[in-house]
Design a protein around this ligand. Structure first.
Ligand SMILES: [Zn+2]
Length: 203
């Protein structure tokens, strides 16, 4: 905890003075983030840092392997990711949903592993969301981890379209769905071209 307190003191001293006015506005008017980012929980992939975004700009969901489940019945189980998507889309009216994957994703590596799954593991069940994607990359040439990192982004984009409120927002407000993958080692970013299905580097 001492690390966090030390960090907080630096934040209060160095950053807060310039953020004070912005925070006051955000407190008075409420948040109006333009983008929902669905990113991995990985500590190396912080959307606000990567996109040079300040407070109030990004509504962020982070979980293992940047996944969204398909739309399920709301009355069965508890749906943290789905409820955050619903909030961003139906209450905050975000203009864009960005699914942000990354290189060296531990969740993707776990999905590629041939180890038997533990039926009592939340993690193993969650990673099962990548089973279809894993089947799709079978037999592909190249690095399977990179291929599955790309597929994890595509799977999430597909799952997002199973939520009726997402489809409605796309039709009625022109909300966009986009995908990108961040290179942890070199800071590169590649964006999914929805027309040809390829990931293209941002230069
Ligand atoms: Zn990851």
């Amino acid at each position: 905890m001492q690390h966090l307190i030390d960090g907080y003191r630096i934040y209060r001293e160095k950053r807060w003075p310039e953020l004070r006015a912005l925070h006051r506005r955000l407190a008075e008017r409420g948040q109006s983030p333009h983008t929902l980012v669905i990113a991995c929980s990985d500590s190396r992939v912080d959307p606000a840092t990567i996109f040079n975004a300040g407070p109030g700009e990004l509504f962020v969901i982070r979980n293992v392997a940047n996944l969204a489940p398909p739309c399920e019945e709301a009355s069965i189980g508890l749906h943290g990711v789905s409820s955050a998507i619903e909030f961003a889309v139906t209450k905050l009216y975000v203009e864009t949903i960005l699914v942000l994957g990354h290189a060296q994703c531990g969740g993707v590596a776990a999905a590629l592993s041939e180890e038997p799954r533990d039926p009592n593991s939340f993690l193993d069940a969650w990673i099962g969301l990548l089973d279809t994607a894993k089947a799709r990359i079978k037999g592909c040439s190249g690095d399977p981890a990179q291929a599955l990192e790309h597929e994890s982004i595509r799977v999430t984009l597909e799952n997002l379209k199973t939520f009726p409120f997402v489809v409605r927002a796309m039709k009625e407000h022109g909300m966009e769905l986009v995908g990108a993958r961040y290179g942890v080692a070199d800071g590169s970013l590649e964006v999914l071209n929805l027309e040809n299905g390829a990931f293209e580097p941002v230069v």
